[in-house]
Design a protein around this ligand. Structure first.
Ligand code: UD1
Ligand code: CA
Length: 455
């Protein structure tokens, strides 16, 4: 049976005190709703329908191009009413999973377990949890045999029912063949005068359908975000779980409260990560890699035993083994360094290859460059790769030595074993093994006096 996922995201979220709709507030650099969509996709649903209402254009805009179906709920008359709005779009016959755009940490494994249990001859299967403090949640009512008979919202609950700890996460499975009938029975005859989705439980039981629940043992997965405090709490849980995954791989994290993992990190043995690092996208760290404080690594691979000193940014690059990078290095997309390369402070490298053992140690810009092995680039060397319209390549062959404060005006070839004198502007290819320089002759003027202010 195919699956349709409905994500409720129409609410205003007034307690966020924000002009942005709640579900596009970010956790780990992406909208909460995007987290829910990404997890949904792991379940291979036939369709994902997002119910939007408040500031719907903003929500649509930040969720474009992902094949989502948007349904407008112009008036927010309750969670049941929100699901009813999807009738025209829902594929008849699909099983239905209802998720929430403001419950971003829910895991695929939990949802798979819920769907699996739902499909075991149940018409409704809900995801409950034993709340430390159940205030505000719907309570799960069970009969003497432990079978779920109803969900009662706190505002409609008697004192006895309020004592129940087992709470409704809101997340729910409904068998496709029955949902139209069950939803048709909803009414707004309750304390909030809303159409409660939770009432499908009561109606299913009245029809002698089987209703069951999966108990989620990790309350943080079902945490809903209603205000800035909860948003920060969810961010912190996300951060810690990312750190935990890395520590499970054997990484030493100097302070698990001060690292942000926003993607997938694969790490070898004896990796150390100092404080305040941000790892984004797909990052691979070889054995013995050390990352200093305050580094940002995005979609990159760092070879064995490479040291990245503090304050470096490495983006979409492939760093070799035994490299020494930083502090304060910026390595931009499509850079590859071979083993034992050194990239020092205030150096920017873009779309370049740095050969084995080559060094760019201070204050340089290397762009669109192919550099061989054992090259030494002096401080303040700039590859002039842009003529205002086009980018051009610089080729630096093996064993080249470039003096400080040199400009290499591309396209240009610096042949093997060239030496370039400091302060040169190189516009022509250099011959192999020779000294090349372009420099005005130094003169000294006898008797010259520095200007002085009149007293
Ligand atoms: C709901 C559940 C409650 C559960 C709790 C978990 C119902 C009746 N109650 O209560 O049992 O314990 O979630 O957090 O379902 N929404 C819409 N359209 C609407 C109403 C809500 O899209 O008309 C969306 C909201 O944006 C929100 C979600 O549904 O993301 C939950 O709505 P909310 O009103 O916060 O439900 P609760 O009262 O918290
Ligand atoms: Ca409500």
């Amino acid at each position: 049976m195919s699956l349709s996922i409905i994500i409720l995201a129409a609410g205003k979220g007034s307690r966020m005190k924000s002009n942005k709709p709640k579900v596009i507030h970010q956790v780990a650099g992406k909208p909460m709703l995007q987290h829910v969509v990404d997890t949904s996709k792991l379940l291979n649903p036939e369709q994902i329908i997002v119910v939007i209402g408040h500031e719907s254009e903003q929500v649509k805009e930040s969720m474009q191009g992902q094949g989502l179906i948007f349904v407008e709920q112009t008036e927010q008359l309750g969670t049941g009413h929100a699901v009813v709005q999807c009738h025209d779009e829902l594929n008849t016959g699909n099983d239905i999973l209802v998720l929430y755009g403001d419950v971003p940490l829910i895991k695929e494994t939990t949802l798979s377990a819920l769907i699996a249990k739902g499909r075991q001859n149940n018409v409704v299967c809900l995801l409950s949890f034993d709340a430390i403090d159940p205030t505000g949640y719907g309570r799960i009512v069970r009969d003497n045999e432990g079978l779920v008979t109803a969900i009662v919202e706190e505002k409609d609950a008697s004192e006895d029912i309020r004592q129940i700890k087992e709470s409704n996460s809101g997340i729910l499975y409904i068998k496709g063949t029955e949902y139209r009938e069950l939803l048709a029975e909803l009414d707004a005859d309750n304390a909030q005068q809303e159409y409660y989705l939770t009432d499908v439980v009561k109606h299913a039981v009245a029809r002698n359908h089987n209703v069951d629940a999966v108990i989620c043992t990790d309350e943080s997965e079902v945490l809903g975000v209603n205000n800035q405090q909860q948003l920060a709490e969810v961010e912190s849980i996300y951060r810690l779980s990312g750190a935990n995954q890395l520590m499970t791989q054997g990484v030493k994290i100097v302070d698990p409260q001060r690292i942000d993992i926003r993607g997938t990190v694969k790490a070898g043995h004896d990796v150390i990560i100092d404080i305040n690092c941000l790892l984004e996208g797909t990052v691979e760290l070889g054995d013995g890699v050390e990352i200093g404080a305050n580094c940002v690594l995005k979609d990159c691979k760092i070879g064995k035993n490479t040291k990245i000193q503090p304050m470096c940014i490495i983006d979409q690059s492939d760093i070799g083994e035994n490299n020494d990078i930083g502090p304060f290095a910026r390595i931009r997309p499509e850079t590859k360094t071979h083993n034992k390369a050194k990239i020092g402070n205030f150096v920017e490298i873009k779309k370049s290859t740095i050969g084995e053992g080559s060094k760019v140690n201070h204050l340089s810009y290397i762009g669109d460059t192919e550099m061989g092995a054992s090259v030494n680039i002096g401080a303040g060397t700039i590859t002039c790769n842009y003529d205002g319209a086009y980018k051009h390549k610089t080729i630096i062959e093996d064993d080249v030595f470039i003096g400080s404060d040199t400009q290499l005006v591309a396209p240009v070839l610096i042949s093997k074993s060239t030496t370039i004198g400091a302060g040169s502007t190189i516009t022509k290819d250099t011959p192999e093994g020779q000294l090349s320089f372009s420099r005005a002759k130094q003169i000294s003027i006898t008797g010259w006096a520095r200007p002085r202010k009149n007293k």
